[in-house]
Design a protein around this ligand. Sequence first.
Ligand code: ATP
Ligand code: MG
Length: 597
Amino acid sequence: MALGLTAGGAGLLPWLVYLAVSLPASPVAWHWPAAWAGLDGMEAAGLACTGVLMLRRDPRSRLTAAATAALLIADAWFDVTTAPPGSGELTSLLMAVLAELPTAALCAWLACRGLRALAVYPVANTGPAITGPAITGLASTRLASTRPPGTGPAGTGPAGTGPAGPALASTGGRLSAVRVLVIGSGGREHALARSLSRDPAVTQLHAAPGNPGIAELAELHSVAPADPVQVIALARQTAPDLIVIGPEAPLVAGVAEALRTAGFDCFGPDQGAAMVEGSKSFAKQIMTAAGVPTAAARTCTGVAAAKAALDEFGPPYVVKADGLAAGKGVVVTTDRGEALEHAAACGTVVIEEFLDGPEVSVFAIADGTTAVTLLPAQDYKRAYEGNAGPNTGGMGACTPLAWAPADLADETLSAVVQPTLAELARRGTPYRGLLYAGLCLTTRGIRVVEFNARFGDPEAQVVLDRLSTPLGGLLAAAAAGDLASTGKLTWLGGAAVTVVIAAEGYPAAPVGGDEIDGIDEAARVPGSYVLHAGTARDSSGRLVASGGRVLNVVAAGPDQAAARASAYQAAARIRMRGSWYRTDIAAGPASGTSAVT
Ligand SMILES: Nc1ncnc2c1ncn2[C@@H]1O[C@H](COP(=O)(O)OP(=O)(O)OP(=O)(O)O)[C@@H](O)[C@H]1O
Ligand SMILES: [Mg+2]
């Protein structure tokens, strides 16, 4: 209809110009009533179209606003130039000045400025209390569309892999057309972009800075992700309805908050709330105040305080740098000297009791008051087989976890997520985004090892693979503070496994620049596809490694064993000098405790 209006308007204008210029004024000229009626009808349709598209947050409302403005100006001019002499002239002039031209100015303003200012945007929810109902979200009931895999609007994503095939429909019918901007450039962001591209409601996908894999799904833009000024400028240029921030650095730098202040809906917590990841001591304060089960801890500045805390808890010692440390801030060791050295090097540290048990990642999508948990996943953090070697960003992941308690997600929601959201809201920093609870399943019950303020990487790759609720609608609802309207999440059956292909020298000193081959062959293994984590194009267009974790080979299957077999079959087809991967991802149940050096 929007296009029809524009085409109709464009066709009508030359005729009106001809009439106004060539015919003498005469009240009996048949053209005039026809032209007036035609113009008025077009204007009414244009205004109606613009209003409806605005309410649906459809960017095409800019087009109809521009067309309507042109029609109104043409109408004003036509009325004045063809008015019958006498009182008719005065009436036409008044109509033009009081009605048509002001409405045209409004439409022109809407077309130029975008419609964000007048569209129905939910007001940021800063209320102190948790009032929304909990949605446990692990049931599988509400599928609406039978759209085949890999046919999302962006259209180029790898084929769906689940045994049931993904059902793609908008949640709650709230959104009909959404432009999304994804901030980040790793495997997690490629997984987000892939899932977003498969949501029929997502009509346009942008990513910044993105990577060569994401480039197949989204238009890429160059931006420094943690610079609010640059990200806001990009948002103004691309006019997204939803911005999804992938990594922690922009969140802790306050980019989500800056975007919200600038009027954009953003999935990601404000700076104050993101400090649950940005400061280990802040996270402990929140957990203590909220009664969330976690390791007993002391925040220490200075060697004397550190010594006292180490002696209080005894070995194995757990020493955590307070701030963001790119995965290198935590030392778990039986060597008191090493623990003390790390504490001295870090300045402020959190020293805590050692937790013994398998680790699980549970993600919750939160809208400030309401939250929904996703499938629990396991991350393999250590570099080498048998959970040996240095900590990494994660060498692989799998979901669901057959060995974990069936009610783990529900328990995490009620014992960890809801109290944390309530405490943050009480402090005036409601949490809107992904709250990552890293849990240790101890013999005394679940304990929170850490919070992160974003999807875990690479757990997101497998969790999003299994999510069949369309991601764009879900994240938009959370960003808008309206999660309660989305209903229960739906999941594909079976299991998903991801294996990280790392560069030579990772994690200590990864070697970049090696050419990558075999991605297409890997994706031909049934149920498999490859996400880009640390890749780039060199000057001659070759795909090369540009980070320590280079690719994520993801595979799904009817069970974990099948998914694992496919993932490793696909991983074996990747060719890159010096590349390596762990061979025991998803090999069995979690292998027990955190590794101690
Ligand atoms: N209290 C603890 N007891 C035993 N192991 C622990 C404890 N705290 C942390 N660890 C181990 O250290 C790892 C890193 O700790 P933590 O998750 O707090 O740090 P991080 O640097 O924020 O990690 P990430 O990079 O995953 O965000 C944990 O995954 C766990 O294996
Ligand atoms: Mg962390």
